[in-house]
Design a protein around this ligand. Structure first.
Ligand SMILES: [Zn+2]
Length: 126
């Protein structure tokens, strides 16, 4: 693979000049292959973090870059997992909200029960 200066943005050319030529799957540019493999941003921004690194100056790939079909399949799986996680989170939040409402009612009932109505009745004006 041949990469010409025309294929790179001004930012990428500047990064290469500064020694940051290794791109991790999330797009961060690092100064070593090892740093790009262990990119911490990939944990949040890519499902392929730690699998491959690309030298933007030469196009050389370190590690194993997933094929287009593998990418699509894993993105689909990841999207389905995210939807399932979000649904589970919403169910849990609804349960917590219901429990909180019950606790508020329990607290109000306990306060009501603690009132000595014989002494309190004198404050009732009608
Ligand atoms: Zn990254």
């Amino acid at each position: 693979m041949y990469i010409t200066v025309l294929d790179l943005s001004h930012y990428e050319i500047q990064a290469i000049e500064d020694g940051y030529r290794y791109r991790c799957p999330c797009g961060e540019l690092c100064n070593t292959v090892a740093a790009a493999f262990s990119c911490r941003k990939c944990r949040y921004y890519s499902i392929f973090g730690g699998e491959y690194v690309t030298d933007i100056a030469t196009g050389e790939v370190f590690g194993t870059m997933p094929t287009l079909m593998e990418r699509e399949s894993r993105v689909t799986d990841h999207t389905a997992q995210m939807a399932a996680d979000q649904a589970a989170w919403k169910r849990e939040m609804a349960e917590n909200e219901a429990i909180e409402k019950l606790l508020v009612w329990d607290d109000m009932a306990a306060q009501y029960d603690s009132i000595d109505w014989n002494t309190t009745s004198r404050y009732i004006t009608r």
